[in-house]
Design a binder for this molecule. Structure first.
Ligand code: SAM
Length: 380
């Protein structure tokens, strides 16, 4: 979006146009009629208003007041979820310098008086309007953060762009700004927090940085790198939202490796990515089925927020014929496939099994003591 488009959208005329577009039937089937209905608003404002109405409709999944806020398509994609942003903001005691603020997904959850910096003028205009909607006092600055003097007393948050030309970039050196540069700022400020992709390579990170993996309703959302005064003291942390359950890398003895028991725990993805499976196993008196695989066996389903228990109904060496026979005995039709440490493709397996039964059955494909196994399980 250009700054002029943002200004047009935020004008009285633009706001009225968005209101009008939001009242239309925006379902995919009625999209042509909606485009027709906004045509009298003009060749610029009509499509802008319709796009904004559509973005607001989607934005409810990111922010409880997403339907009132101002977005661009890419800014909505990149915005932190409200639950995650508010959780992260709790560690900051006072105003923060948000060095890649976009339309404010994080900035507006940070303590009052925080400052947002971004290069993109249109996003800053929308961020200002969003601050007004939410009644949050913030300052906004247009600048290139790679050339910004940083006050030594500052608490800094950075969410670098992980997309270039509409595509996701995986190499942290290709983030904008690049991760190595952002991490170097930790030597210049009081505290630094950086949002990165959950697949971040722990080994490549400096040892004075805490990595917090965050999942929301079981989906891993991000890793946050905390340094300086913002560190909790742990090196690795897994946080499960919205329950706010937190697990640290407290020392535990290495878990035993044993064959499957009556119960199987599938740890939350944040636990797995934070390399904290041993800590969960210790809490539930569990063991690993294979020392390289993140499934935990148990004799009983000890309650834990950090994973999901399954009752183990059968364990078989992996083989198509035997699996088909046992699944037919369970009257299996729709098959839920969970897998770790196997190259089997669930879709291919479903086709090969040709199950026609009436019950939805869950099967876990993994390794135990280095050998491929299949387990028929039932979610607890
Ligand atoms: C991933 S988005 C931030 C999203 C934001 N945290 C949110 O939740 O809404 C990254 C932002 O970094 C900005 N950016 C990238 N490089 C920059 C630079 N060198 N200086 C200032 N801003 C930059 C982009 O314009 C973009 O708005």
């Amino acid at each position: 979006m250009t700054p002029d488009s943002a200004r047009l959208l935020l004008s009285d005329l633009g706001r009225a146009a968005v209101e009008r577009a939001s009242r239309l039937d925006l379902s995919p089937a009625a999209r042509l009629q909606a485009a027709e209905a906004v045509r009298p608003l003009g060749a610029s404002l009509g499509p802008l208003a319709l796009e904004q109405a559509l973005l607001r409709q989607r934005a409810g999944t990111k922010h409880p007041r997403g339907g009132e806020l101002w977005w661009t398509g890419p800014a909505l994609e990149q915005a932190s979820s409200y639950d995650v942003a508010t959780w992260r903001a709790r560690r900051f005691a006072g105003p923060v310098l948000d060095l890649c603020c976009s339309v404010g997904g994080d900035l507006l959850a940070l303590p009052a008086g925080s400052t947002g910096v971004d290069l993109d003028e249109a996003r800053l205009l929308l961020a200002q309007a969003n601050a007004q909607v939410l009644g949050v006092p913030v300052s906004l600055v247009r600048a290139d953060v790679t050339a910004l003097p940083l006050p030594a007393s500052a608490d800094v948050f950075v969410d670098p762009a992980r997309r270039a030309g509409g595509r996701r970039v995986f190499d942290p050196r290709a983030y904008a700004p690049p991760l190595p540069l952002v991490l170097s700022w930790r030597e210049r400020v009081r505290a630094l927090a950086v949002k990165v992709a959950p697949g971040v390579d722990h080994e490549a990170l400096p040892p004075d940085v805490e990595v917090e993996l965050v999942s929301l309703r079981g989906e891993v959302k991000e890793a946050v790198l905390w340094s300086g005064a913002l560190r909790s003291g742990a090196r690795r942390t897994a946080t499960l939202l919205p329950g706010r359950d937190v697990l640290h890398d407290d020392p535990v003895p290495p878990p035993a490796v044993r064959p499957p028991g009556d119960w199987l725990l599938e740890p939350d993805g944040a636990v797995v990515r934070a390399h904290l499976v041993a800590q969960v196993a210790a809490r539930v008196d569990g063991w690993l089925l294979d020392e390289t695989i993140a499934y935990v066996g148990g004799a009983a389903p000890v309650p834990t927020p950090f994973g999901r228990w399954y009752e183990v109904l059968e364990v078989l060496p992996f083989g198509l014929k035997a699996l088909r026979e046992r699944l037919r005995a369970h009257d299996a039709g729709p098959l839920v496939v969970k897998k770790r440490g196997t190259a089997v493709e669930p879709e291919v397996l479903r086709r090969q099994l040709r199950l026609t039964g009436r019950r939805e059955v869950t099967v876990v494909l993994t390794r135990a003591a280095g050998r491929q196994i299949a387990m028929v399980v039932r979610p607890a």
